[in-house]
Structures are given as structure tokens and as C-alpha cells.
Design a protein around this ligand. Structure first.
Ligand code: ATP
Ligand code: MG
Ligand code: MG
Ligand code: MG
Length: 485
């Protein structure tokens, strides 16, 4: 089943069950000063959950464009994490609660394809619930008929959802599909999240969370004005399950970009990998990163963000540079986006016609950014070549950490390229030294920020926390810089 059809069926199922179709909010979280990008379907409905505004409907359904930068390091390595993805969600504002949400999700998931459902095998579905949520267990077992062995209790980190500080929160229940022994030995979702693929999260939103760090360590301030439902189904994950492919980078909306990148670089995708994400060959991981990031860049620029050195524009820049580096590491030296971006456009335009209508504008920003980055790389390469020659002449085996740091800091030249080029020249790099210089620089930046402790600095902390798809501990710009260290 094509991704566009999975999306259509989702909207149709919930519309038939009294939900109002609400369009996706744009990716930049413009109404929320604490968030850079929308990372869940419920974000645009937060004022309704908090009782600050009265919703014009009791039930809503949407397909929300989402971005989760904290998942960036997982991309291509797990089977299920994209930076950009689409979250299908149904929402109840003080209307149906746990039983309604579980029934509606079960019906769509398992109803036969001929009857408008996804036709997933109910015998392979597992459900997780929050530790003490006996009510949800009872519904899964008694109403749905799920055997107790496939209902798993999990702790706060996994099964208690919250958004914002203060913000709505509540226990959740997640649906997993067992993809079978090809993907791992078994044991349930709590031991293997690759064989058991999480595809839908049902949040029983009933409380207000207070301040605190992480996903677990925070107080519950009280009850929300009403009991609500907020769900999120990963469109790409369901597409992977229904299209019989191993991961979300191989679905109809993503695979053509990957295929083009493989063609350009002369790689045979999947030739050296097994089914499980953990068995991936590095080339395959890079091809997936390219496919994911190019699509993400298309969607971000499509929503009006342009490359910059801070904020949303920096997130975009970082994602684009990662894609460009990945294809370069596969041996492609020319501008790659003119080859790849049109392919991503053709994948996404059936659901998002605006990326075709706006393509000239999107492409002009993207191609200019790539040209600028390639110029940076050329400049860095010249300096690096000189340093390599000098190191050799001095008979030393390693480039100094100092040089690697200077290349990174002054020329924006990424460390993994320094490593790669040095290695080709038969040298190593003093990465210890490089790391300690990076750490010093971070400490300086932190001290600086502390000193200037303005509302602005505080806000960036808040944003990073919120961009995690829940709340995480503040790691500030280290998060953003992690790729280069
Ligand atoms: P995971 O544990 O796999 O990282 P999650 O628990 O963080 O997922 P939720 O916050 O529950 O995800 O989001 C709701 C749904 O959105 C998930 O069940 C999944 O189907 C989808 N989803 C979440 N993150 C991603 C992502 N990075 N890429 C694609 N789909 C995602
Ligand atoms: Mg996650
Ligand atoms: Mg999860
Ligand atoms: Mg989840």
C-alpha cells in the first residue's frame, strides 16, 4: 500500500468516526516560542488540552509534518528514525477516552484491506502500557482480546508522555508489530525495538507536568480540565510494515532518492547487509542518511526556513551538510543536490503539491548552500594538504589536535573528513587533543552564556529540551555540534 493511500485511509477512518480533518501546521513552530520545529501532531492543539482555548470540535484528525533533530544520530542505523516524518494523529478533547482510542486504533490497524483498514495481523501486535495502568490492560485484554503475554507494562521513560514545562502529560499505550524471527530472537518490545516495531502511540492525556529534568524526573501538578486523547502513528513506519520493506528509508516516498544516490556513487544498496538494522553496512547507512536528509531539507525549505548560523536555519544547514558529506564519503565530488532534490520533490509532491509549485525557490537556496559548503571543503582541503605535507616532512605519524581543531573552528571543516583524508595519506590524527580543545571551547561558550544569562540563553535550553519529542536534559549546543566531535 502506497504511503499516500495509508494517509488517506487514516483520515477517512477517523472522519467516518466523527473527527474533523485539520491540516498540518507548518514545520517551524511559529506559535510556540519554546520550540524550533513541530515534533508531534498534538503541538498545534496544546492550548485546547490545557483548557486555554475552547476547541471548535470534540474530535480532530491530522497528518502532521514533524522534525526530530534529537533522532539525527539514529537515522540510517535503526530501521525507524527519520529527521522528517509524518505523524498521523487522532485527538479527543474531553470526548472519548482510553477505550475509544484503543478500539479506533485497533480497528484501523487490523481491519482487512478490502474494508478500508491496514490489514495488519492482530496476532503479531503487542501493546505496552504504563506500569500501573490496569484500566488500559483491561481494555486490551477484555475488550480487544489481546492475550496477556502480549501486553507489557513499561516505566515512565517509555510509557508516560509529556510536552512542555508546564505542559500536558499522561500515561500512554503503544502498539508494536512483531516483524518475526528474521529481525531478532524475540522477547517482546522491551528487549528489542527493531524486531518489534513501534508504530502507534496512544496518549491518555490527563495531567499537567511540572518542571524537572528528563523524561522521568518531574512532578505532576494536577489534573487537566478534561480527559483527552492524543495519538501519533508514524506514517513511514506503517508504510514500511505494509510495503514489506525492512525500514522507513525503503518506502515509496524515500527509496527513489536512495536509489539515485546509489546510482550516482556506483553502490549496490543492501548487497552487504542483513535484514536487521544492526547488520547494516556503512555504505547503506550513508545512503539512508542521504535519502532522509535530502527529503528533510526539501520539506524544511518548503516551509520557509533558509540556511543560517543559528536557530532553525542552523538545524537546516547541519542536516544539509551531513547529506553532502555522506555522498562525498561515497566518492561523489560534484554538487549532489541538483541530482537528488528533484527526486525527493517527485516523491513528496503527491501529498505536498507546494514542494513542486515552490521548487525553484527551494532549489535556489539548497543549491547555493551546497556550493558554499563545497567551497569550504575545498579551502579546508588545501590547508589540510599543507599540514599533511609538513607532518610527513617532520617524520611524525599524526596530525596534531591543534590543526584538526583549527580546521574545524576557523574553516568549518568537519573532523570526520580530516580523519578520512589523513588516513588516505597514511597518517593518524590526535583525536584526544582535538576533543580536549573542543571541550575547552564548549566550556568557554557555556561560561559565556552563563554570564550573559538573558532570557534568550534560557530559551535555547528550553527549546533543546522540547525539541526532543518530549523533554530531555539540556545539553545545549553540544547536541547540535555532536556530529563534528
Ligand atoms: P521510538 O521509541 O521508536 O524512538 P517514540 O516513542 O520516540 O519512538 P513517539 O514520541 O511515541 O515516538 O511518537 C509517536 C509515533 O511517531 C511513534 O510511535 C512512531 O510511529 C513515530 N515516530 C516517532 N519518532 C519518529 C522518527 N524519528 N521517525 C519516524 N517516525 C517516528
Ligand atoms: Mg524516539
Ligand atoms: Mg518509543
Ligand atoms: Mg512512543
Amino acid at each position: 500500500m502506497k504511503t499516500a493511500e495509508i494517509r488517506r485511509r487514516f483520515l477517512a477512518h477517523f472522519e467516518a468516526n466523527g473527527h474533523t480533518v485539520v491540516p498540518s501546521a507548518p514545520l517551524p513552530a511559529i506559535d510556540d516560542p519554546n520550540l524550533l520545529f513541530i515534533n508531534a501532531g498534538m503541538v498545534q492543539f496544546v492550548p485546547y488540552f490545557l483548557g486555554q482555548r475552547t476547541p471548535p470540535f470534540d474530535r480532530a484528525v491530522s497528518v502532521q509534518k514533524c522534525l526530530r533533530t534529537p533522532d539525527i544520530d539514529e537515522v540510517g542505523k535503526t530501521s525507524r528514525h527519520g529527521t522528517f516524518f509524518q505523524m498521523n494523529g487522532n485527538f479527543s478533547f474531553g470526548d472519548y477516552f482510553k477505550e475509544g482510542a484503543i478500539k479506533l486504533a485497533w480497528e484501523l490497524s487490523t481491519n482487512p484491506v478490502e474494508q478500508g483498514g491496514y490489514g495488519l495481523d492482530g496476532d503479531r501486535i503487542w501493546a505496552t502500557v504504563y506500569l500501573d495502568d490496569d484500566e488500559a490492560i483491561d481494555i486490551w485484554h477484555r475488550v480487544i482480546g489481546l492475550p496477556k503475554e502480549r501486553i507489557v507494562r513499561r516505566g515512565k521513560a517509555d510509557n508516560f508522555w509529556s510536552m512542555g514545562i508546564p505542559g500536558p502529560c499522561g500515561p500512554c499505550s503503544e502498539l508494536y508489530l512483531d516483524r518475526g524471527p528474521t529481525y531478532g530472537p524475540g522477547g517482546g518490545p522491551e528487549v528489542d525495538e527493531d524486531r518489534y516495531m513501534e508504530f502507534w502511540n496512544l496518549v491518555f492525556m490527563q495531567n499537567l507536568r511540572g518542571p524537572g529534568s528528563g523524561k522521568e524526573d518531574f512532578p505532576i501538578l494536577g489534573e487537566l480540565p478534561a480527559k483527552n486523547i492524543d495519538t501519533g502513528m508514524g506514517l513511514e513506519r506503517v508504510a514500511a510494515l505494509l510495503q514489506g520493506v525492512d525500514n522507513m528509508y525503503e518506502i515509496d516516498e524515500v527509496r527513489p532518492v536512495l536509489a539515485r544516490a546509489a546510482e550516482m556513487t556506483g553502490r549496490t544498496y543492501g548487497a552487504k547487509s542483513g535484514h536487521a538494522a544492526t547488520e547494516s553496512h556503512p555504505d547503506d547507512v550513508r545512503l539512508r542518511v542521504i535519502a532522509d536528509h535530502v527529503r528533510t531539507a526539501l520539506m524544511i525549505i518548503g516551509d520557509g526556513v533558509t540556511p543560517a548560523n543559528d536557530g532553525r536555519g542552523y538545524v537546516l544547514r547541519r542536516i544539509m551538510r551531513r547529506a553532502i558529506r555522506a555522498i562525498r564519503l561515497l566518492g561523489w565530488q560534484e554538487p549532489a543536490l541538483p541530482e537528488l532534490l528533484p527526486v525527493a520533490r517527485d516523491c513528496m509532491s503527491p501529498s505536498y503539491p507546494e514542494v513542486a509549485e515552490e521548487f525553484d525557490r527551494i532549489a535556489s537556496y539548497a543549491y547555493a548552500e551546497e556550493e558554499a559548503f563545497l567551497a569550504t571543503l575545498r579551502q579546508g582541503t588545501t590547508i589540510l594538504d599543507t599540514a599533511i605535507a609538513e607532518t610527513r616532512k617532520a617524520g611524525k605519524p599524526a596530525l596534531t589536535g591543534d590543526k584538526a581543531f583549527q580546521l574545524h573552528d576557523t574553516f568549518g571543516f568537519p573532523i570526520d573528513l580530516t580523519l578520512e583524508i589523513a588516513q588516505e595519506a597514511g597518517l593518524t590524527v590526535d583525536t584526544e587533543g582535538f576533543r580536549s580543545l573542543m571541550a575547552e571551547q564548549r566550556a568557554r561558550a557555556k561560561a559565556d552564556a552563563q554570564q550573559r544569562k538573558t532570557g534568550h540563553a534560557d530559551l535555547s535550553a528550553y527549546r533543546t529540551a522540547l525539541d526532543s519529542g518530549g523533554a530531555i536534559e539540556f545539553t545545549g549546543y553540544q547536541e547540535l555540534r555532536r556530529e563534528t566531535t
